[in-house]
Design a protein around this ligand. Structure first.
Ligand code: NAD
Length: 261
């Protein structure tokens, strides 16, 4: 028996990077997976990958920062899969700039995707979990920046810290319904999100791209290695499959020792 047999999961931002690997990992463990993303073509490719491997998945186009799209998208997923047991609130964006130069519009854009959307998707999925009456799991993809700060990332660091508060709140309000909430906090993972910020950080900090990787991103790790999307997916399966409310309101850092709790 696989670890997520028969579970119904929605993973946001799963057309790419960490979310994609979580969707693939959940499907391998027997879950039916909704691949939710702005990028419908990318989401459909992940669905094809899952179905080729014998799994069951669907794609859903959704801007997670848009309340109406989240409500409609989550309802569509629940109707087509037959319910929702697991939400992974994963999609996120980054913006590199010193705080003193940061326009309010850029601050709001990051907060909308990295924090408001976690609230919107949680609210929409919780309503289904409560109605179904069989509990559920909410997983937030935070970051080492949920527990540490780095220069040039004011809205991202603020949003990622906020996810820990939200998870604790959902753990308390969800307990009576058998719903657990936890946060996974990855170190740097080589995804398009990180590939975009290497040249941006190099420009802001006056370093070469190689120096950004070695002296900024991986300097504090125990072995100079990137975390992988597969590492994060393995931890997501562990959290999603955990059988009781013993594990709720927690955050776990997966970062090659960059941050030790
Ligand atoms: P990525 O850029 O590879 O993938 C992000 C996905 O989210 C894309 O498919 C994109 O289309 C989707 N997306 C973006 N905005 C969206 C929106 N408004 N609505 C719906 N979908 C949207 O990024 P990634 O590196 O895989 O990051 C995934 C999550 O992991 C993010 O929350 C990120 O902050 C977090 N994280 C990443 C790293 C890292 O080093 N890559 C480290 C720690 C945490």
């Amino acid at each position: 028996m696989s670890r997520l047999d028969g579970k119904l999961a929605i993973v946001t931002g799963s057309a790419s990077g960490i979310g994609r690997q979580i969707a693939l990992g959940f499907a391998r463990e027997g879950a039916k997976v909704a691949v939710a993303d702005l990028d419908l073509g990318g989401a459909q490719e992940v669905v094809s990958e899952i179905t080729r491997g014998g799994g069951i998945a669907m794609a859903v186009a959704m801007d997670i920062a848009d309340e109406a799209q989240v409500e409609a998208g989550v309802d569509e997923v629940a109707a087509r899969l037959g319910g929702i047991d697991i939400l992974v609130s994963n999609a996120g964006i980054q913006h590199i700039a010193p705080l003193v130069d940061l326009p309010l519009a850029d601050w709001r854009k990051v907060l909308a995707v990295d924090l408001d959307a976690a609230f919107l998707t949680t609210r929409a999925c919780l309503r289904h979990m409560i109605r179904q009456g069989r509990g559920g799991t909410v997983l937030y993809i935070g970051s080492v920046h949920s527990v540490e700060a780095s220069p040039l990332k004011a809205p991202y660091v603020t949003a990622k810290h906020g996810l820990i508060g939200l998870a604790r709140l959902v753990a308390k309000e969800g307990a009576v319904h058998g719903v657990r909430a936890n946060v996974i906090c990855p170190g740097f993972v080589r995804t398009p999100l990180v590939d975009r910020q290497i040249p941006e950080q190099a420009r802001e900090l006056g370093l070469t791209e190689d120096e950004v990787v070695k002296r900024v991103m991986l300097r504090e790790t125990v072995d100079g290695e990137f975390t992988t999307a597969e590492d994060v997916a393995e931890v997501a399966v562990f959290f999603a499959a955990f059988p009781s409310l013993a594990l709720t309101g927690q955050s776990l850092v997966v970062s090659h020792g960059w941050h030790m709790q």
